[in-house]
Design a protein around this ligand. Sequence first.
Ligand code: PLP
Length: 341
Amino acid sequence: MEKKDLDWAGLGFGYVQTEQRYVSNFKDGKWDEGGLTEDANIVLNECAGVLQYAQTCFEGLKAYTTEDGRIVTFRPDLNAERMFDTAKRLEMPPFPKERFVEAVKAVVKANAAYVPPYGSGATLYIRPYMFGTNPVIGVKPAAEYQFRIFTTPVGPYFKGGAKPLTLCVSDFDRAAPHGTGHIKAGLNYAMSLHPIVEAHNAGFAENMYLDAATRTKVEETGGANFLFVTKDGKVVTPKSDSILPSITRRSLMIVAKEYLGLEAEEREVYFDEVKDFAECGLCGTAAVISPVGKIVDHGKEICFPSGMDEMGPITRKLYETLTGIQMGRLDPPEGWIVEIK
Ligand SMILES: *Cc1c(COP(=O)(O)O)cnc(C)c1O
């Protein structure tokens, strides 16, 4: 298969239309058999449930070219499971998990020419999503839905090295207790746009959200979970029912324990403790881990000893080990790497 002639290393994180996408429709109480299409556009009724009451959710994962030239995805079964849970919370018909994984494989295979080559630093981003399609004006769940997956090649996240980020503690809340913070719903992102625009205008890369009920505990940013490293080398991640369960973060906790022999703990993290950590990172599919150098809380600065020039040493080891697994340089745990054939 001939690769597309794209400037892989020069790609950003933007939409580049690829040739095929997957579509399945839910009607009369069941999902149809689904399939690939070249049509990138969606025609909807003006009163579609997604347009009126934001009944939509999504997932995000990547396909990689390994060192030995295979195309693989990373733990797509966990994306299938998380989208299943999200759909249930939004009163949407869950897309069957096995079919989700098969659809991911089909759409990546159909766009294999867009999977960036090994060593370019670029990857193929995969975006599954679902939305209510029939007219809904009285507030209720839609009766008809569409599930789609498109792919788009994205460039290396860290161009010219991973520069540590500066975050600010947000005055806004991301997720209410017993709300929707733990599911990947578009609505969580819609309400985060104003806080992120304000943070960017003030010169910060991301918001650190605290728990809405007490404003004393660390939750996450708009789109990534926190990992901290203590001064004695233990990896700590916040535990909360209103955090989105990041697959990257869950995988890094296993990498810390099984590959690096570190202690790794998921527990409540009070904001007051943050100043005592040695390293801080943000984890998600896009960057794996972005190092955080500084957190500003209403003028008070917390500066991590790892500094503003490079990743902390344990953050770097975690990053290198997980990307090593994803790129086929290290042996993966059972079931983590799914090859597209
Ligand atoms: C998607 C997402 C993450 C990262 O999850 P991954 O599965 O690691 O990509 C973290 N926080 C939020 C709010 C998210 O939506």
